[in-house]
Design a protein around this ligand. Sequence first.
Ligand SMILES: Cc1ncc(COP(=O)(O)O)c(C=O)c1O
Length: 490
Amino acid sequence: MPHDQQETPYLDAVLRYRRAGYTPFHTPGHKLGKGAPEGLRELLGDPCLRVDIAMAGGVEDTRESTHLIRLAEDYAAEAWGADRCWFLVNGSTSGIHSLVLTLCGPGDEVIIPRNAHKSMLAGLIFSGAVPVYLEPEVDPLWGIPLTVSAEAAQRALAEHPAAKAIFVTSPTYNGLGTDLAAVADAAHAAGVPFVTDQAWGPHLRFCPELPVDAMTAGADAAVVSTHKLISGITQTSVLMARAGRTNLARLDSMVAMTQSTSPQVLMYASIDAARQQMATRGADLWRGAIEQAQWARHELNGLPGIRCLGEEALLRKGVASFDPTRLTISSRDLGHTGHELETVLRDDYRIAVEAADPLNIVLNVTYGDSHADLERLVAALRDYAGRRSRRAVGASAVGTGLLGHTPAFTRQALSPREAFFAPSEALPLVECATRVSAEMVTPYPPGIPILGPGEEISPQIVAYLEEASAAGLKVHGPEDRALRTLRVVT
Ligand SMILES: Cc1ncc(COP(=O)(O)O)c(C=O)c1O
């Protein structure tokens, strides 16, 4: 019998706990708020403090019981189309760690996108696995990484028959999706488990007008951040898997290893509530959000000097789907970087964005936004564009000259884990050619690593990084972000 998705077994248990009025001789020390400092009480309020307990604190029948959490995870597995789900309190980050540790051991090859989320690098360091990279192309206008193509995935699977798994990130931060069904077919033909990092797609499963989700497309496992686009509170995510190519018992142990032993019941309750909301009303809620986002996109594209990424992205190589609720906006034609635009919106209009980079800003639109919210955004950008265009500024193109000629990957001389634990030294950048990098270096735009730990550094890479540093590109990863030095294996 399928579960009734209207039910929220974990949320109900937390509410029951609060009503029961227990005298707590368990964690945390503020004892359901009775001993909480005033500032904390003002911040969280009594209703929250009275359920600020860890899972073992009494929501289940006994301290050792895990019956309720398993039940709530079963409801989620049914909703997301998986055989098994795990509620995560350390974000999708910990789901990726669990998956890499389950699927790959020391020296095993794993196929991943070059711009995989940084949790993947930690997964490689933990496990000792060796990456085989799928290189996404970069959109020349927006400076954003595109999705990896199904053909590239097929090629990598053919060239690396010993690979233990293939991971794909879809949708990307900007809402671009890979042809997941084609990658799933290729992976399964090669007998390899296929994992989707669907951190930015917790909602996809629930609305047919959104891109297809990983489980429907045939993935063996996926991770979704319930805190990113649906109603889970911050840090919550769901890991999901199918039996067969993934060892669920081992994955269960790895989840236990990567989670806190004191998960907050509010986090679990919020995942339970988010699942119920999506499973019962997700389609309508997201149809409304799509309509709002499309309206805003149309209005924004009519403003002088403002551009908002839309379905034309589907014409780019490898891009098979587009989530219209993600707004990637540029005012580069008005001479502003994404960072500057973020500051203008925050300081002059009290509008907070999801992210900014040297070229664009990214905003999330969900069922939580009203039409008035979107009108406010459009009005702010209209006012800004009017003020800005009167000032005849030159176009700012931070780093765009570099986008077309990224140096090629050299070779993985050491595994990321070997490079991470090897003795290393910081050398002036100019002296680094032919050495092995001990760190990751990712310039923005486009947010694709130029170097990873264990990779040989070519003279072309040194030249590119010198140019990137002179152009003022933001660089993530290295100890010395100004790139005067680079840490190399001694
Ligand atoms: C593609 C991708 N994967 C994984 C993560 C990690 O998710 P979380 O913040 O839930 O740990 C992120 C975070 O931004 C992400 O963008």
